[in-house]
Write a protein that binds this ligand. Sequence first.
Ligand code: MG
Length: 120
Amino acid sequence: MSNKDAHILLVDDSAFMRNVLKNILEKEGYKNVDEAGNGKEALEKIKAKKPDLMLLDVIMPEMGGIDVIKKLGKEHKIIVVSAVGQDKVVEEAKEHGAVGYIIKPFDNNQVVEEVKKILA
Ligand SMILES: [Mg+2]
């Protein structure tokens, strides 16, 4: 399987942010990018198909990113996408198994580099 076939799940309550991330990744050649609007939806999607990588927002309704990491951080590759200045959140995410971080606002290259690094 080429890296570009990796199943990437974007989890964010902002449709705009999911779109931004999806465009960045598809432009880079990733063909298998899926979306979920909150943690609960992400858990449902994961049941059907295990992603190779998740990009995970922190603040979301229903179920936030930290709860997702607490549940899945040890068995899934998760990159946390969090707002600048949330050092505590990043610390907690790390503790529970997150493997990467993207700090908002980000530029396209940061996203691509982080994803490449984790999927390598
Ligand atoms: Mg959010």
